[in-house]
Design a protein around this ligand. Structure first.
Ligand code: NAD
Length: 378
């Protein structure tokens, strides 16, 4: 079974990646020393399927799971959800030596991970991601957290600030079963592919070729292909997290495409999911790098063609004004010390962190992905 070790002093753990491993969850939990009761925090959309398999496996091993259901909606990824989980943990007599198992996508992993990090100053958590995005990204690296509402603006609107309350809390292990992706809707699956491409762009050009060559196997969820795709992608994130757990430096590379993506994701008219915004963001980052001579325009075209082939958007579906987008980037939390920070590709599998990028090239990048260049057009 492909196993990737995350070697962080005092908190090392393994990612176990195997088709069908969910049916052996009890065995894994037992090997980690988990005993009854454990809180099984499960995404409502996997209750009838994967949560059932997980429960049976835990029970067979003599571990009693207390089921707590979470609704995976970004607007419900908040402190209220965490409170409800604390209540379930108290009612279920979860204590420091008990454990939490998070079964679901990134929303579930973030809420359950944060509740586990803070309940009684920390109970162990086992992450069992059920979306591709969570498998290759959200479940790894120990970041947990929930959203907050900002104070009302002049118009009385309260904007959601993503992941503003959180903690670093490394899981005891991550159990990845690619078979659970069979029930995921194809649009969410593609969103995860955008993050895999991002990882290839950051550190593994071979991963990009693998995705290109195995496009059919990826689409048909061929077990060996998915296992390889996930394992390679995970390795990129793990290497970076191990080198920089607390995002003091190199971990920022994982934001490739994200500063652009965060500017378009909240625009309702564009109707973009996170991975789709990341896909356009990757193209914008490549265009920005090409505009400054860092990245070859041909490589930028290859990237765009690959994303398109995967069924991901590479351009804005409506002509949003470039001024609006540039302004939105300034509010992104990746702005370091008041300065704009971008991650730009300098070759397939190689990126650099650029502080205070030239505004002209940022505008050019937005126009390259379909933004309207004229001032005050929209
Ligand atoms: N902690 C981190 O480091 C980190 C990194 C990246 C993203 N995130 C967070 O992850 C979240 C996004 O995660 P996501 O993309 O996994 O979305 P998600 O958790 O919202 O799941 C997407 C949808 O798929 C459903 N679902 C999940 N697994 C399923 C399955 N196997 N079959 C059928 N339906 C299934 C969910 O119920 C939901 O409707 C965001 O909140 C983001 O901020 C966190």
């Amino acid at each position: 079974m492909p196993t990737v070790h995350v070697s962080i002093p005092d908190r090392s753990y393994s990612l176990l990646i195997e088709h069908g491993i969910l049916g052996r969850l009890g065995e894994v939990a037992g090997s980690l020393g988990f005993t009854s009761p454990v809180l099984l925090a499960a995404d409502a959309n996997v209750l009838a399927t994967h949560a059932r398999v997980a429960r049976t496996s835990l029970e067979q091993r003599g571990i009693e799971p207390i089921l707590h259901v979470l609704v995976a909606e970004e607007k419900r990824k908040n402190l209220e959800a965490v409170h409800r989980m604390y209540d379930a943990m108290l009612a279920g007599r979860i204590e420091r030596r008990s454990a939490v198992i998070a079964l679901g996508g990134g929303v579930t992993g973030d809420i359950a991970g944060f509740a586990a990090a803070t309940f009684m100053r920390g109970v162990p958590v086992l992450q069992v991601p059920t979306t591709l995005l969570a498998m290759v990204d959200a479940a790894i690296g120990g970041k947990t957290g929930v959203n907050l509402l900002r104070p009302a603006d002049d118009a009385g609107r309260r904007e959601m600030a993503k992941n503003l309350v959180g903690a670093f809390w490394q899981p005891r292990a991550v159990v990845v079963d690619p078979a659970v992706l069979d029930t995921l809707d194809p649009r969410h699956f593609r969103c995860g592919l955008a993050e895999c491409v991002k990882h290839g762009m950051i550190a593994d050009p071979g991963l990009l070729s693998f995705i290109d060559t195995n496009h059919d196997g990826i689409e048909s969820h061929e077990p060996a292909v998915l296992t390889e795709l996930i394992t390679r992608s995970v390795r990129v994130k793990v290497d970076i997290v191990v080198a920089d757990e607390r995002e003091q430096g190199q971990r920022a590379l994982l934001n490739l495409g994200h500063t652009f993506a965060h500017a378009i994701e909240p625009i309702e008219a564009l109707d973009l999911r996170h991975g789709e915004a990341v896909s356009i963001g990757l193209c914008a980052a490549a265009a920005c790098a090409a505009a400054t001579g860092r990245f070859s325009p041909v490589a930028a075209q290859h990237l765009e063609a690959l994303l398109r082939r995967l069924g991901l958007p590479t351009r804005l579906s409506q002509r949003v004004n470039v001024d609006r987008l540039v302004a939105a980037m300034g509010f992104d939390k990746k702005v370091a010390g008041g300065r704009l920070r971008l991650v730009l590709p300098i070759g397939p599998g190689q990126c650099e962190i650029v502080d205070d990028p030239d505004l002209h090239s940022v505008r050019e990048a937005w126009v390259a992905v379909g933004a309207h260049p004229a001032r005050a057009a929209r």
